[in-house]
Ligand binder design. Structure first.
Ligand SMILES: N[C@@H](CCC(=O)N[C@@H](CS)C(=O)NCC(=O)O)C(=O)O
Length: 217
């Protein structure tokens, strides 16, 4: 049975930690929320989700938290890992909610499996996955940050082939790459395993007519 979050202290308790946390922003008077309650209840009883935290909060009673996470209507379900929101389901959509819990929990499992691995090796292999490799928020079809969206447009106009990695799906890579490359933000664009830069640098290169040759490596 999902825990009922009553204040911001218990909310922080629920979302912290490397496990997946699934929080239903609910309103008692909205019929669809009952459907989400049932799905959350069923999922919480499945052995494969034994380490996932399922919780519910009454969105109108915790307005500061609802504001922070842009809750516009109940039900909204937000998935968290290590205190950060990593995914979201708007409205009562049992199939989508189930799929997202499964998908994001698999990522945590992968992360845990890899915890003994050398993070540096993982980062190196990701950086070298493609000649031009973009680390961004979201994916080229659905960028989840304006900076990432702009760099996608630039790469599109340069007509270059590239691969991308969504750092919102992997907190270890998100934080690890910042220190590995000594670069604090995303997007990060790599060519032949070397950091070319973030959005501002890429824009400068484009303005100077240097981008296409830099992308050639
Ligand atoms: N001026 C930066 C803009 C990028 C930026 O500020 N990104 C922020 C917000 S999307 C970021 O990645 N913050 C660190 C994080 O979210 O982990 C650039 O040239 O790339």
């Amino acid at each position: 049975m999902p825990e009922l979050i009553k204040d911001s202290g218990s909310f922080q308790e629920v979302i912290k930690g490397n496990q997946l946390s699934v929080v239903h922003f609910s309103a008692d008077w909205v019929e669809q929320c009952k459907q989400v309650d049932d799905v959350m209840d069923t999922l919480s009883k499945q052995p494969e989700y034994a380490n996932v935290k399922f919780a519910k909060c009454l969105a109108e009673e915790l307005d500061e938290i609802s504001l922070k996470y842009n809750i516009e209507a109940a039900p909204t379900i937000i998935l968290f890992r290590s205190g950060k929101d990593i995914d979201k389901v708007d409205g009562a959509d049992p199939a989508k909610l189930t799929a997202k819990v499964k998908q994001n929990n698999t990522k945590v499992d992968n992360l845990n499996d890899k915890s003994g691995d050398n993070l540096e090796q993982r980062l190196k292999s990701l950086i070298n996955k493609h000649k031009v490799m973009l680390f961004m928020k979201g994916n080229p079809e659905t960028p989840r940050c304006g900076f990432s969206r702009q760099i996608i447009e630039i790469l599109k106009s340069a007509g270059v082939a590239y691969d991308s990695f969504d750092i919102l799906t992997d907190e270890e890579v998100r934080q690890g790459l910042k220190s590995y490359s000594d670069w604090p933000t995303y997007p990060q664009l790599y060519v032949n395993g070397e950091l070319l830069g973030g959005l501002d640098i890429i824009k400068e290169m484009q303005a100077a007519g240097e981008l296409e040759s830099a992308l050639e490596g």
